[in-house]
Design a protein around this ligand. Sequence first.
Ligand code: NAP
Length: 292
Amino acid sequence: MTARIIDGLAVAKRLRQEVAAHAADMKERQGGIIPGLAVILVGDNPASQVYVRNKARVCEEVGFRSYSHSLPSMTSEAELLDLINDLNENPQVNGILVQLPLPEHISERTIIGAIDPIKDVDGFHPVNVGRQTSGLMSLAPCTPSGCMILLREVLADLSGLKALVIGRSNIVGKPMAMMLLQDNCTVTIAHSHTRDLPYECQQADILVTALGRPGFVKGEWIKPGAVVIDVGINRVTDAATGKSKLLGDVDFAAACEVAGAITPVPGGVGPMTIACLMQNTLQATMMQNGWW
Ligand code: NAP
């Protein structure tokens, strides 16, 4: 079997266009309201700087206002909390995102907990996590939301399918499992203590990998015809060329021989995350104006 490649770039572009159309409609019909996203970066992590620049670029593309706050790495937790309080109060700011990881002297838990849940476009605030787990309307984490959209591209109905999520982080693995459960999958979560990972993989109609280990999941672990969503983004050096490249958590070439459909890395889940961030910012704006 040669797997269908799920084109995350194309699906993300379509989603951004839908968000842009909604935003334009809202601006015209609702007295000029324009969604605003504030992104806070503390420190000078080069990867984080790229992510923050991309978010500002996509905000512009979909017609949102973007507010970038770049703070020095020695910023205190109290100073960051003051900024978040200001943004919570600012009616032009509908979404607040704090780029992770934060410097070690700042508690991520405290900072995430300080964001007004209705502006928590990352969906990491305990209120949003609790609402999502309870099946209530919430702002949901962007990466698993993007994975669900990609799954629905190739599966008309997820009901009753066996899904395995490898990884149990708060930002990917746990919310991913919850979303699959809400779509009536029978869900297993694997982690570093899982006893027989190849066996667990072989049972899965849907396999979501979020470990952060390049090429870890082998082709022979995959159930023939399974849908594979590879969340991993691992920067490695190509032995032949000496150049750096991105790899997923799955041995892509081998998996393509077995899977029914698979996301590539890059060009799979990555572009969906930022498109879903825009969707969340639009949703947050609508919620704040009582239209959701
Ligand atoms: P994380 O917080 O480091 O969590 C990794 C998870 O993988 C942990 O739950 C860990 O288990 C599990 N794990 C590690 N080694 C394992 C093994 N040998 N067998 C089974 N499970 C194992 O990572 P994350 O933040 O969730 O990110 C995971 C990957 O997704 C990374 O490559 C990251 O770059 C990527 N990512 C991509 C996007 C995107 O937009 N595409 C967004 C976020 C993250 P324990 O809990 O037992 O330690």
